[in-house]
Ligand binder design. Structure first.
Ligand code: BTN
Length: 246
């Protein structure tokens, strides 16, 4: 089961509640190969981070989940976020779109979100036995609700790419970065992540349980927590949900 590279076993669906749910059931019921991917045209109950939902118009966007067996130590689990977000970043770069990765794994163009990633892991002892990498990339969507600061490839470039062509690029880069991860090339992954990190080394306002403060992102710690440096040089470390970008 522990294959290094992806074996492109692709399952195409017309509609499903959530590709992550479908992948989780598949994992429970059968033996699947590393890289097995569920793609759908329509997702009825897409799930996002922090229990949010993920809405996407039928046929217009890339919606898929890939099952992988990383066999990495649990403390390196954050590197799955890095591998997945870098795969999206590189695909967009090839299309001429300069994106940034907003910690932990959102992909932004300017201040607009273009891609969301939901990774669900199954631990076995100290290792990540399997992970479901769920990706929602806005491809041809042109109308977003007013209150959503979002964009798509079409809005950024004025082109209408074939969703499956975009998928092939993302999948190839995901395989590439996962291979680095399984070969423990953590330094390379981290260097690329830092190069593309949204607001890195810039002064901005953030908000935690105690209030708003000015700080700059200086990186992540060994388990993927966000490190913020204050004007006093004090460094604060945050898990997801403990801090907000203002
Ligand atoms: C987020 O930014 O909140 C993460 C959104 C993740 C959405 C994708 S779409 C494919 C996969 N299936 C799901 O139900 N969610 C992920």
């Amino acid at each position: 089961m522990n294959h290094k590279r992806f074996q492109p076993c692709l399952i195409h669906l017309n509609a499903v509640d959530s590709t992550n749910n479908y992948a989780a059931n598949l994992l429970k019921e059968t033996n699947v190969v590393n890289g097995t991917t569920i793609l759908t045209k329509r997702q009825e109950k897409g799930r996002g981070q922090r229990g949010n939902s993920w809405h996407t118009s039928p046929d217009k966007n890339l919606i898929f989940s890939t099952i992988t067996f990383p066999q990495i130590e649990g403390q390196a689990v954050f590197y799955l976020n890095i591998a997945a977000s870098l795969a999206i970043h590189k695909t967009l770069e090839d299309l001429g779109i300069q994106a940034h990765i907003k910690w932990p794994n959102d992909v932004y163009v300017g201040d607009k979100k273009i891609c969301g990633i939901l990774i669900e892991n199954q631990l076995q002892g100290s290792k990540v036995a399997s992970a479901i990498i769920g990706i929602g990339l806005n491809v041809n969507e042109e109308d977003f609700p007013e209150d959503l600061s979002a964009t798509s490839i079409t809005l950024e470039k004025g082109i209408v790419p074939d969703v499956m062509d975009v998928f092939e690029q993302v999948y190839a880069y995901l395989d590439f970065y996962m291979d680095h991860l399984m070969n423990s090339n953590f330094d390379l992954l981290l260097r690329r992540y830092y190069k593309t990190m949204y607001r890195k080394d810039e002064w901005h306002n953030y908000k935690d349980a105690e209030g708003t403060f000015k700080a700059k992102i200086i990186g992540i710690d060994e388990i993927g927590r966000l490190k913020l440096q204050l004007e006093t040089n004090q460094v604060r470390v945050y898990q997801m949900q403990e801090v907000k970008y203002c």
